[in-house]
Design a protein. Structure first.
Length: 90
């Protein structure tokens, strides 16, 4: 993601705090809520997709969350005969 306005909005959202059991909690790390666990990243070439995955892993690591690689996949919509690839680097 390269749009700084969107990144700024995301970071503000992550630092906005959260409510649990009717109690508000401030946070510096950020909290992702349960219903916000689906993500799609679109890239023109595989190299860009692999770089995006590396960035995503770094952000998730900073937030102390993990990517569920069993549910994640890299999909090539045009050039791949099978249409799918692995999420991990070749």
């Amino acid at each position: 993601m390269s749009d700084r306005r969107v990144l700024k909005l995301i970071w503000k959202w992550l630092k906005a705090g959260f409510v649990k059991d009717d109690q508000f909690y401030e946070t510096e790390l950020g909290v992702l809520v349960r219903f916000a666990d689906d993500l799609v990243i679109l890239c023109k070439i595989k190299e860009q997709a692999m770089k995006a995955i590396d960035v995503l892993k770094a952000v998730f690591n900073k937030l102390e969350i993990e990517i569920n690689t069993s549910k994640s996949k890299l999909v090539n919509l045009w050039g791949d005969k099978t249409g799918t690839g692995t999420f991990e680097r070749d």
